[in-house]
Design a protein around this ligand. Structure first.
Ligand code: CUA
Length: 389
């Protein structure tokens, strides 16, 4: 009985701490926080995670020993009323040497994997490497595959099992490229190239983020990483490579628009190779929203608006060797992307229409001005853009 009352009293005393512990435990769940660096999905991220884990265990050991000794001393040598004043000591050479040497040895033990990790991650990758150029813009990301002659924006596709080497720069201020599941942060500068590499180990769609304050919309300078099987990646590349410039002759031919011809071609190609996965976008894509049909008059009307409203001045719809230095993101496959506004808003017809009409309301300070697009015009533009997959 006495024991139970004591236990209850103890429980009551700890009750205020319990919600805190629950919160702490919830904070450890990486599924709720996809932007975690604690579940590495690449060789590069694993190096950093191993060092972190090693350091954590060393620190935990030190904590237990030091706090244990402290608590032992507090209870074992606690003063009682009437005790004489304890003996006063001024320094103890042996103890001081011991508590200097032990931390020095621990730091040396941590330094070895740390320095090794620095050299490993700074090394230039060799062998079968996929080169990707990353260009930071206020506030979006441009991704170019120079050897494959394709460009995209805000959603980068990479193959699993192949090292990707990122060559990075910016056109304006300092940004920082951070794909947390795959690598640490790497600052990105104007007029200076920085590099990062990693080899993804798992397929899926993962978030990335600019990690250097770069202006009012720094927080909305995100990106997505689509890690795919080599076959899926090849199919995506092959599809993107068909999104080339519109041939001059076809430009006036109406229905035989490049995008459509190309999509039809890609589908035909996929059909011929039943074993190969098609270039169909991953599950969860808003690409599921039906794109405009070839004969859809909304598509033609949308195209007319795209040209007349000035969209074409900043956005290229060409994935193959598009003109460099475009102000806005490349939109060649915008219809298939999961997000718009650089990882800020789900790519639905509704958000896309809102964006077209009033980008400033959704992402204040963005370079795209409000072009005075009316709701019905926005619908046509959405139909046109959605077809660009
Ligand atoms: Cu770019 Cu922060």
């Amino acid at each position: 009985m006495l024991l139970r009352t004591a236990a209850l009293r103890g429980l009551r005393r700890w009750a205020p701490v319990l919600p805190l512990l629950v919160l702490l435990a919830a904070g450890c769940s990486p599924d709720r926080y996809p932007q975690t660096a604690l579940r590495p999905l690449s060789d590069f991220a694993k190096i950093g995670d191993d060092i972190q884990t090693t350091t954590f265990y060393w620190a935990f050991g030190v904590f237990v020993l030091v706090e244990g000794a402290l608590l032992y001393a507090i209870f074992r040598f606690r003063g009682k009323p009437g005790d004489p004043e304890p003996r006063q000591v001024h320094g103890n050479t042996t103890v001081e040497i011991v508590w200097t040497v032990i931390p020095a040895l621990i730091l040396a033990a941590i330094a070895v994997p740390t320095v090794r990790g620095i050299f490993q991650t700074a090394a230039v990758p060799t062998g079968d490497v996929l080169k990707v150029e990353v260009v930071g813009h206020q506030w979006w990301w441009e991704f170019r595959y120079p050897d494959l002659h394709i460009t995209t924006a805000n959603e980068i596709h990479i193959p699993v099992g192949q090292t990707v080497s990122f060559h990075m720069g910016t056109v304006d201020v300092v940004h920082s490229f951070w794909p947390p599941r795959f690598a640490g942060k790497r600052d990105v500068f104007p007029n200076r190239e920085t590099r990062l590499w990693f080899q993804a180990k798992a397929t899926g769609e993962y978030p990335g983020q600019c990690a250097e304050f770069c202006g009012i919309e720094h927080g909305r300078m995100a990106f997505r990483i689509r890690a795919q099987t080599p076959e899926e990646f090849q199919a995506w590349v092959a599809h993107m490579q068909t999104l080339g410039p519109k041939p001059a002759a076809a430009a006036t031919a109406g229905p035989s628009d490049t995008v459509r011809t190309v999509s039809a071609g890609a589908i035909a190609q996929a059909a011929q190779q039943p074993g190969k996965p098609s270039a169909k976008p991953a599950k969860g894509d808003s690409a599921a929203a039906a794109p405009a049909a070839p004969q859809d008059p909304a598509y033609a009307a949308g195209e007319k608006l795209f040209l007349s409203k000035g969209c074409v001045g900043c956005h290229s719809l060409v994935a193959v060797d598009p003109p460099k230095g475009m102000i806005g993101p490349n939109l060649a496959n915008v219809g298939a992307r999961s997000f718009i506004g650089a990882g800020s808003f789900r790519n639905t017809d509704e958000t896309l229409a809102r964006w077209i009409q009033n980008p400033q309301a959704m992402k204040q300070g963005v370079l795209m001005p409000n072009l005075g697009v009316k709701p019905d015009e926005a619908k046509l533009l959405v139909a046109y853009l959605r077809a660009h997959q």
